[in-house]
Design a protein around this ligand. Structure first.
Ligand code: ATP
Length: 924
C-alpha cells in the first residue's frame, strides 16, 4: 500500500515537473514520459493526436528546439588542420635543414627550402581537405524520412524537420524518426537491437507504466526510441525527444562519428605505401652514405635526401584512392544509386550475379487491372491507365457500370473492401496493386465501397502468406453478421474456398470447377498479367470464391537493354518473384531472361532441395517464381558457395537477412522499407534496375582508374629515386636541387594524379568480365610497364644533364634543363597512363577535362618557376629558349610514343588471341 502511494507521488512529481516544463515546450525524458498517460502527454506538449501541429506552431517550436539531427562535434579550425601538415617527420627534418642553412649563412637556401615546404604542405592540405569533404558528403546521401500528421493531413518529409509534439505514424519497416510516446499500437513490435543487443523485436503498447522504469529500455513499452526499427504492425506516437535530446542521442552521435572501415584497396595502398617508404629510406640512406664517402657537402646531401624522401614516398597514394572512391560514389549518386560505404564501390566491379525482384525493379510497379473474370464465367475488359476513373469496363460489348453485372461488381467489391489504399487528389496512397482495384471501381462508378462496412480485424498482406483478409460487419442496417473479405494469390484462395458464386448464389465447389479457374488464371499469367483472386465468407476456412482480376505491370523501358549489357559484361541476371510461374515466365521472356525450354524454379522446389542440389542447378536458372524472402537467403548462399559474387535486391522487412548476406545488398529508395535500406549496401533512388548497370560500370571503371594513377605515381617515384642514385653513383653533381624535387612531388601526388582517377567510364572495360575479388593491382605486366616508363625518364633526364654539364660546371641552366626535362617527361607519362591498352587517339584528348586542367596548370606552374623572377630565386632556375622547349618536348614525348607502340602491339596480340579462340570453336 505504502509502495503504491509512493509510486503515485513519484508520478505526480513527474507530472508537475513536466507541466512546468511545458511552458518552455521542452523535450521529455523517456523515463518520465512512459509513466504519464497519453492525455497528460497531449497536454504537456500541447498537441492534438487527430490533427497534429499546424505550420505556425511547428515554426515556433523549431525556433526553440532546432532540427531533429546531431551537430557533429565542433570541427578543428582550418588553421589548426593546416599546421598539422607540418607535424610530419620529413617536413620537420626539412625545416631543420632550413634552420641549419640559416646558421651557415646560406640564406638563399633557407628561403628556398621554406617556400618549397609551404607549397608542398599547402597542396597536401588542400588534397586532404577535399577528401574529408567528399567523405562527409557521403553521410548526407540518405536522409531518413518520416510520416507525420500535420494540419490534419498525413505528410511524408525529412525526419530532421520533426519538432516535439508532432504526431508520427509508424508502419512495418519504418525507422523510428524521434523518441515517441505511443498512443496507438496495433501488433506493434520494434527491433531495439542496435541499443540493447536483443535480437527479438519488443512488443509495444500504449499503457503508462506504474513504476519508474530506471534506465532499462526494454521496460518502457509505450515508448518507441529514435533509430530503432518497426518489425511488425503499426502505431502512432507523439514526439517527446528529438536529436541530441532523444534517449540515445549520445550513442547516435558516436555512431555517426565512427570512421568507416578501410576498403581492401585502401588497405593494400597503405601497405604499398609503407613498403615503398621502407625501400626509399634504404636507397636514400645509401645515397647519403655514398655522398659522404665522396666528400660532398653534408648539409646538401641531407637536404636532398630528405626532399627525395618527401618526393619518393607516395604519401598521397591513400588519399588519392580515397578521393577517387568518394568521387565515384558521388557520381553514382548523380545517376541515382546511393552507395553507403566505400568498400561497396570496389565490390561492384566484382559482381558476377544480380538477383532482382520483379515488381517495381524490373517492372514499373504501375499496376492496371486489364480484365475481370467472375466465378460464373463472365469476362470484362478494362481500358484506361493510371489511378483514376478514366477508362471503361466492357463485357460482351456492354458497359459494366454500377450493378449492371452483379457478379463482376462483386469481384471488385471484395477487392475494394479488403484494401488499404486511397486515391487522393495528390495521387495514390498505398500499394499499387490495391490502387489498381480502386481505379476499376471508379471506372465502374462504384464509390465508397469500403465505408459500407466497419472493419473489425485485418490480416495484412505479406509475401510469405500471399493474401490479405479483413473481418467486417455492415455499417448500416440491423445485421450484426461478420464477414471475411479476402484477396490474394489463387493458390492461397482456392483451397480456402468451399463455395463459388453462381448467378448471385453460393454453390458448393466441385474439383472440376476449381480446375477451370486455375486454367483461367494460368491463361492470364501467360500473357504476363498478375492474377489476384477474391473471396468472402463467414469463416476463413469456408469462403465463397467470386472471381479474379488480371493486372498488368509493364516492364521498365530500358531494363531489357540493361540486362543484355550486363550479360555481355559477364554478369548473370536472375529474376525472383512472388508471382505465378506463367506471369514470371511471360515477363522473363519479355526481358530477355527466359526462353521456352529454359529452367525455372519455384519457391516450393527450392524449399525441398538441399543446398548441394540447389548449388548444382542454380547456375542455369534465371527465373524463380512463387518465392518468398526466405528463399532469397537460400539462393544467395547457394550462389556464394558456387564462388559467385552476388548482388541481391530487396524492399521488405523480411528481405533484410538476404540483403545483409549478399555481397551487395541493394534496396529500393521509393518502395523500400527503412529496414531494408538499413541492411543494404546500395540504394536505388528510383527503384530502377538499369541503375545497377551504371553502378557496376562505375565500379569497374574506378578500379582501372586507380590502377592508372598508381602506375603514374610509381613510375615517377622510381624515376626520381633512380635519377639521384645513379648520378651519385656516377659521381655526378646532383641533377635536381631539393626545391625542384619537392615541386616534382607536387605534380606526382597532386592534381595530375588525381585527375587520372576521374577518367570517364571506358565502355570497353565495362564489357570485360567482372574482376576477381583477389586480383591484385600490382601484377608482373604492371611492374614491367612502370619500369619501362621509369627507365625512359631516367635515361632521358640523365642524358640531358650530362649534355648540359659538358663544361663540367653546374649552372642554374643545367639544373633548369634537367628539371624541366623531368617534369615534361612526367606530363607525357601521365598522358599515356590515361589508359592501359588504348591509344590516346581512341580515348580522346579532350574527354577528361580535369586532366587537361591539371596538366595545363602544371605546365603553367613550370613556366612560372622558370620565368618568374621570385620563383626563379626559390627554385634556382634560369629562363630557357624556345628552341630548348622544342628540344625537350621532342625528347620527353618518347615516353609517350614508346607506350603508344607497346599498347598497339598489345592490342594486336589480344586481337589475334581472340580470333584464334573464336576459330577454335569452328568445326574442322
Ligand atoms: P516481387 O516480384 O517484388 O517479389 P511480387 O509482386 O512478384 O513481388 P508479391 O508481392 O509477393 O510478389 O505477390 C505475390 C502474389 O501475391 C501476387 O501474385 C498476388 O496474387 C498476391 N498479392 C500481391 N499483392 C497483394 C495484396 N496487396 N493483397 C493481396 N494479395 C496480393
Amino acid at each position: 500500500m505504502q509502495q503504491l502511494e509512493r509510486e503515485c507521488r513519484d508520478t505526480e512529481k513527474v507530472k508537475r515537473v513536466q507541466v512546468e516544463d511545458a511552458n518552455m515546450m521542452t523535450f521529455m525524458k523517456a523515463q518520465q514520459a512512459c509513466c504519464l498517460s497519453v492525455d497528460d502527454i497531449v497536454n504537456i506538449f500541447q498537441t492534438n493526436p487527430h490533427y497534429g501541429l499546424d505550420d505556425g506552431e511547428v515554426r515556433n517550436r523549431r525556433v526553440v528546439h532546432g532540427f531533429n539531427d546531431f551537430e557533429i562535434s565542433k570541427e578543428t579550425p582550418l588553421w589548426k588542420k593546416y599546421l598539422e601538415q607540418f607535424n610530419n617527420p620529413l617536413i620537420l627534418l626539412l625545416l631543420g635543414s632550413a634552420v641549419v642553412s640559416i646558421f651557415m649563412r646560406q640564406f638563399d637556401d633557407a628561403v628556398s627550402i621554406t617556400v618549397a615546404i609551404v607549397i608542398v604542405s599547402t597542396v597536401a592540405f588542400v588534397q586532404e581537405y577535399r577528401s574529408e569533404k567528399s567523405l562527409e558528403a557521403l553521410t548526407k546521401l540518405v536522409p531518413p524520412k518520416c510520416h507525420c500528421l500535420r494540419n490534419g493531413k498525413v505528410e511524408t518529409f525529412l525526419a530532421r524537420d520533426l519538432v516535439p509534439g508532432d504526431i508520427v505514424y509508424l508502419s512495418i519497416g519504418d525507422r523510428v524518426p524521434a523518441d515517441l510516446r505511443l498512443f496507438e499500437a496495433i501488433d506493434l513490435a520494434i527491433d531495439e537491437s542496435s541499443f540493447t543487443g536483443e535480437t527479438d523485436p519488443r512488443t509495444k503498447n500504449t499503457a503508462p507504466l506504474k513504476n519508474s522504469p530506471g534506465n532499462g529500455v526494454s521496460d518502457m513499452q509505450c515508448i518507441a526510441f529514435m533509430g530503432t526499427l518497426t518489425r511488425c504492425g503499426r502505431g502512432k506516437g507523439i514526439v517527446i525527444g528529438i536529436g541530441e535530446n532523444s534517449q540515445f542521442g549520445e550513442i547516435f552521435k558516436m555512431m555517426q562519428e565512427e570512421e568507416a572501415p578501410k576498403t581492401p584497396l585502401q588497405k593494400s595502398m597503405d601497405i604499398l605505401g609503407k613498403q615503398l617508404s621502407f625501400y626509399s629510406f634504404c636507397i636514400i640512406g645509401l645515397i647519403m652514405f655514398l655522398g659522404w664517402l665522396q666528400g660532398r657537402k653534408l648539409l646538401d646531401m641531407f637536404t636532398i635526401g630528405v626532399s627525395l624522401a618527401v618526393a619518393a614516398i607516395p604519401e598521397g597514394l591513400p588519399i588519392v584512392v580515397t578521393v577517387t572512391l568518394a568521387l565515384g560514389v558521388m557520381k553514382m549518386a548523380k545517376r541515382k544509386a546511393i552507395v553507403k560505404k566505400l568498400p561497396t564501390v570496389e565490390t561492384l566491379g566484382c559482381v558476377t550475379v544480380i538477383c532482382s525482384d520483379k515488381t517495381g525493379t524490373l517492372t514499373k510497379n504501375e499496376m492496371t487491372v486489364t480484365c475481370i473474370y467472375s466465378s460464373d464465367n463472365q469476362f470484362a475488359e478494362v481500358s484506361g491507365v493510371g489511378y483514376n476513373g478514366s477508362g471503361e469496363v466492357i463485357s460482351n460489348g456492354q458497359k459494366v457500370e454500377g450493378d449492371s453485372h452483379p457478379s463482376l461488381s462483386k469481384v471488385i467489391e471484395v477487392g475494394c473492401i479488403c484494401n488499404n489504399a486511397e486515391i487522393c487528389e495528390d495521387g495514390l496512397h498505398g500499394q499499387p496493386t490495391e490502387g489498381a482495384l480502386l481505379a476499376v471501381a471508379l471506372k465502374m462508378n462504384l464509390h465508397n465501397l469500403r465505408y459500407l462496412y466497419i472493419r473489425l480485424e485485418e490480416t495484412p498482406f505479406n509475401s510469405e502468406t500471399k493474401y490479405m483478409s479483413v473481418r467486417c460487419t455492415p455499417r448500416y442496417g440491423q445485421s450484426q453478421e461478420q464477414i471475411y473479405f479476402v484477396k490474394g494469390a489463387i493458390e492461397k484462395i482456392l483451397p480456402r474456398s468451399t463455395f463459388y458464386l453462381d448467378d448471385g448464389s453460393p454453390m458448393p465447389f466441385r474439383e472440376k470447377q476449381k480446375e477451370i479457374y486455375i486454367n483461367e488464371a494460368a491463361k492470364m499469367g501467360t500473357s504476363g498479367l498478375r492474377v489476384l483472386a477474391m473471396a468472402y465468407g463467414a469463416e476463413m476456412s469456408s469462403l465463397v470464391f467470386v472471381g479474379m482480376v488480371g493486372i498488368i505491370d509493364p516492364p521498365r523501358p530500358v531494363v531489357r537493354e540493361s540486362i543484355r549489357m550486363l550479360m555481355s559484361g559477364g554478369v548473370h541476371v536472375k529474376m525472383l518473384t512472388g508471382d505465378s510461374e506463367e506471369t514470371a515466365k511471360a515477363i522473363g521472356s519479355r526481358l530477355g531472361l527466359y526462353a521456352v525450354g529454359s529452367n525455372a524454379l519455384s519457391g516450393e522446389q527450392i524449399e525441398n532441395m538441399d543446398v548441394s542440389e540447389l548449388r548444382r542447378r542454380i547456375n542455369n536458372v534465371a527465373i524463380f517464381y512463387r518465392t518468398t524472402p526466405r528463399h532469397k537467403l537460400k539462393i544467395v548462399k547457394a550462389l556464394q558457395l558456387n564462388g559467385q559474387v552476388v548482388g541481391m535486391t530487396g524492399d521488405g522487412v523480411n528481405d533484410a537477412v538476404a540483403l545483409k548476406s549478399a555481397d551487395i545488398g541493394i534496396s529500393m529508395g521509393r518502395s523500400g522499407t527503412d529496414v531494408s535500406k538499413e541492411a543494404s549496401d546500395m540504394i536505388l533512388v528510383d527503384d530502377d534496375f538499369s541503375v545497377i548497370l551504371s553502378a557496376i560500370e562505375e565500379g569497374k571503371a574506378i578500379f582501372y582508374n586507380i590502377r592508372n594513377f598508381v602506375q603514374f605515381q610509381l613510375s615517377t617515384s622510381i624515376a626520381a629515386l633512380s635519377l639521384i642514385t645513379l648520378s651519385t653513383v656516377m659521381k655526378l653533381p646532383n641533377p635536381l636541387n631539393a626545391m625542384q624535387i619537392l615541386w616534382i612531388n607536387i605534380i606526382m601526388d597532386g592534381p595530375p594524379a588525381q585527375s587520372l582517377g576521374v577518367e570517364p567510364v571506358d565502355h570497353d572495360i565495362v564489357q570485360q568480365p567482372p574482376r576477381k575479388v583477389k586480383d591484385p593491382i600490382i601484377t608482373r605486366p604492371f611492374i614491367i610497364k612502370v619500369l619501362i616508363s621509369a627507365f625512359i625518364i631516367v635515361a632521358g633526364t640523365l642524358w640531358v644533364f650530362w649534355r648540359e654539364m659538358s663544361d663540367n660546371k653546374i649552372t642554374p641552366r643545367d639544373t633548369t634543363m634537367t628539371f624541366t626535362c623531368f617534369v615534361f617527361f612526367d606530363m607525357f607519362n601521365a598522358l599515356s597512363c590515361r589508359s592501359q591498352t588504348k591509344s590516346i587517339f581512341q580515348v580522346g584528348f579532350f574527354t577528361n577535362k580535369m586532366f587537361l586542367f591539371a596538366v595545363g596548370g602544371s605546365i603553367i606552374g613550370q613556366l612560372l618557376v622558370i620565368y618568374f623572377p621570385p620563383l626563379q630565386a626559390v627554385f634556382q632556375t634560369e629562363a630557357l629558349h624556345v628552341s630548348d622547349f622544342v628540344f625537350l618536348i621532342g625528347l620527353t614525348s618518347s615516353v609517350f610514343l614508346v607506350s603508344e607502340v607497346r599498347k598497339f602491339i598489345q592490342r594486336v596480340l589480344e586481337q589475334r588471341q581472340k580470333l584464334k579462340s573464336e576459330y577454335s570453336y569452328l568445326p574442322v
